[in-house]
Write a protein that binds this ligand. Structure first.
Ligand code: GDP
Ligand code: IMO
Ligand code: MG
Length: 429
C-alpha cells in the first residue's frame, strides 16, 4: 500500500508545489485532499512556470493521474479556468479526476467570506477571500452543495433555492448586501456541469483499487500544519485538516495506506494573513528575506511576513503529522546573511517552552530564544549533492535535523525542479 503524504510543516508556502512536482514521477496518482483555490503551488520545470491552485502538482507528467479528493472545496469557475490555462500551455487535463463528494464553493460563499472579514475589522483573519471558510461551514452544517449535485439539474436547483432562503436573510440583514437569485446561480453553474462531468468519479473507490493494485499514491497537502483547523493557531487558520491525517479523510483511504509522511519546511519561515508568529522579523533582515526569497503570495499577491526558522514549530509538526522525512526548501535564500538564527525554545512569564504552548495567550506573547549560527555567504544554487554544500550550510541542516528529530531527506537550493539535493529520500524503502 504505497501511499505517501506531503505536508506543509509551517504556515503554508513552504514549496510544496515544487517538491510534489519533483517527486511525483515516482507515483501513479497525485491527490489533493483538502483546501481549495486558497492554495497557490508553484512548479518550475523545463523552463515552464505553473501556479496551481486546485489541480494537483505533477500535472506536467503524462503518466500521472491527478485527483481532487472529497475533502476539497471546489470553485468550478476557477477549476475550468485552470484547466483551460493548462491546456493552452500544452498540458493535457484529460486525466484529471474530481470527487463527486467534494463540496462546491458557491457565489454566496465568496460574498460571505468578504463581508465577514469586513465585519471583523482589526481582528480579521486575513483570508484569501476565496469562500473557503463559508463553504466548509456549510459542509459541517449539512447545507453544502456537492460536485455530484451539478449532475442533476432538479436537485441542484432545489438545493440552491433552499440554501438561499437563509443565505439571503444573512446577506441582506447582517451584511447589508444584495441577495442572490437561484436563477442567476443556476444559469452560471449548470453549464459548468457539462465541462466537468467527464472528470467526476467515485474517487475513494478508485484510489483503493489503485492501492490494492500496488499503484503509488502521493497526497499533496495544501496550506500547512499551523493553518490546520484543529492543530493550527486557531482561529487564525484555514477551515480544513491540512495535517497528514486529513489525507485519509479527504480521499477515502484508510490510514494504513500511508507509509511515509514528508514534511516541507522553509529554511526560515513565512506567514500570510493575521495571527501569532513568534519569530517574525520587523527589521532589515526580514526585508532582506522577503526580497531575496521573493515572498509574495501566489494566490492573493499579498506580502508574506518573514521570520527566523522556528524549530519548536517544526518539532510540533513532526509530532502531529508523524513525519518520517523532512525537506528544507529555500536554503539558498539564507546565503545573503552573515549569521543565521534558529528559535530553539520560547519564554513566557518565566516559563521556558520547547513545545508549542497549549494556551494560545502564551504562544501569542512568547519570546523566542535563539541560537545563532554562522552563515556561508556563498552561492549554493548550483549544488546538486550534499557534499558540495559549504560546511556552515551542512551544520545548519544538521542542527535543524537534530531539533526536529526527523531526517532531512531533501534540500532545495533554488526554485527549479533541478535545484534540489536528494540527500536521503528513498520513497520505496
Ligand atoms: P507552496 O504553496 O508550498 O507550493 O509554495 P509557493 O509556491 O506558494 O511558494 C514557494 C515559492 O518559493 C515559489 O515561488 C517557489 O518557486 C519558490 N521556491 C521553492 N523552493 C525554492 C528554493 O529552494 N529556493 C528558492 N529560491 N525558491 C524556491
Ligand atoms: P498554500 O497551499 C499560505 C491562509 C490565509 C489566512 C488563512 C485563512 O499555497 O501553502 P482561507 O482563505 O483559507 O480561509 O484563509 O490561511 N492561507 C494560506 N497561507 N499558503 C496557503 O496555501 C494558504 N491558504 C490559506 O492567508 O491567513
Ligand atoms: Mg503557496
Amino acid at each position: 500500500m504505497p501511499g505517501i503524504v506531503l505536508v506543509g510543516a509551517q504556515w503554508g508556502d513552504e514549496g510544496k508545489g515544487k517538491i510534489t512536482d519533483l517527486i511525483a514521477n515516482d507515483f501513479d496518482y497525485v491527490v489533493r485532499y483538502q483546501g481549495g483555490n486558497n492554495a497557490g503551488h508553484t512548479v518550475i520545470a523545463n523552463g515552464h512556470k505553473l501556479a496551481l491552485h486546485l489541480i494537483p502538482s505533477g500535472i506536467m507528467y503524462p503518466n500521472i493521474t491527478p485527483m481532487i479528493g472529497n475533502g476539497c472545496v471546489v470553485d468550478p469557475r476557477i477549476l475550468i479556468e485552470e484547466m483551460d490555462k493548462l491546456e493552452a500551455e500544452g498540458f493535457s487535463t484529460e486525466r484529471l479526476m474530481l470527487s463527486g463528494n467534494a463540496h462546491l464553493i458557491m457565489p454566496y460563499h465568496l460574498k460571505i467570506d468578504e463581508e465577514s472579514e469586513r465585519k471583523l475589522g482589526d481582528n480579521l483573519i486575513g483570508t484569501t477571500k476565496r469562500g473557503i471558510g463559508p463553504a466548509y461551514q456549510d459542509k459541517a452544517e449539512r447545507s453544502g452543495i456537492r460536485v455530484q449535485d451539478l449532475l442533476d439539474e432538479h436537485i441542484f436547483r432545489l438545493k440552491v433555492e433552499t440554501a438561499l432562503v437563509e443565505k439571503n436573510e444573512w446577506l441582506t440583514k447582517i451584511y447589508n448586501s444584495a441577495p442572490f437569485t437561484a436563477e442567476a446561480i443556476c444559469d452560471e453553474y449548470l453549464p459548468y456541469a457539462q465541462r466537468i462531468k467527464p472528470h467526476i468519479v467515485e474517487s475513494s473507490q478508485l484510489l483503493n483499487e489503485a492501492l490494492r493494485a500496488n499503484k503509488w499514491v502521493l497526497f499533496e497537502g495544501a496550506q500547512g500544519t499551523l493553518l490546520d483547523i484543529d492543530h493550527g493557531t486557531y482561529p487564525f487558520v484555514t477551515s480544513s485538516s491540512c495535517t497528514a491525517g486529513g489525507a485519509a479523510i479527504g480521499s477515502g483511504v484508510g490510514p494504513t495506506a500511508i507509509n511515509k509522511v514528508l514534511g516541507i519546511a522553509k529554511a526560515y519561515i513565512t506567514r500570510v494573513g493575521s495571527g501569532p508568529f513568534p519569530t517574525e522579523l520587523f527589521d532589515e533582515t526580514g526585508e532582506k528575506l522577503a526580497s531575496v526569497g521573493g515572498e509574495v503570495g501566489v494566490t492573493t499577491g499579498r506580502a508574506r511576513r518573514c521570520g527566523w526558522y522556528d524549530a519548536v514549530i517544526v518539532k510540533y509538526a513532526a509530532e502531529v503529522n508523524g513525519l518520517t522525512d523532512l525537506c528544507i526548501t529555500k536554503l539558498d535564500v539564507l546565503s545573503c546573511l552573515d549569521t543565521i538564527k534558529v528559535c530553539v525554545a520560547y519564554e513566557h512569564e518565566d516559563k521556558r517552552y520547547t513545545t508549542v504552548p497549549g494556551q494560545q495567550t502564551a504562544f501569542h506573547k512568547a519570546t523566542p530564544l535563539y541560537e545563532e549560527l554562522p552563515g556561508w555567504k556563498t552561492d549554493i544554487t548550483g549544488c546538486t549533492s550534499y557534499k558540495e554544500l559549504p560546511r556552515e550550510a551542512k551544520d545548519y541542516i544538521e542542527f535543524i535535523e537534530e531539533l526536529a528529530g526527523v531526517p532531512v531527506s531533501i534540500i532545495a537550493v533554488g526554485p527549479d525542479r533541478d535545484q534540489t539535493i536528494m540527500r536521503r529520500w528513498k520513497p520505496r524503502s
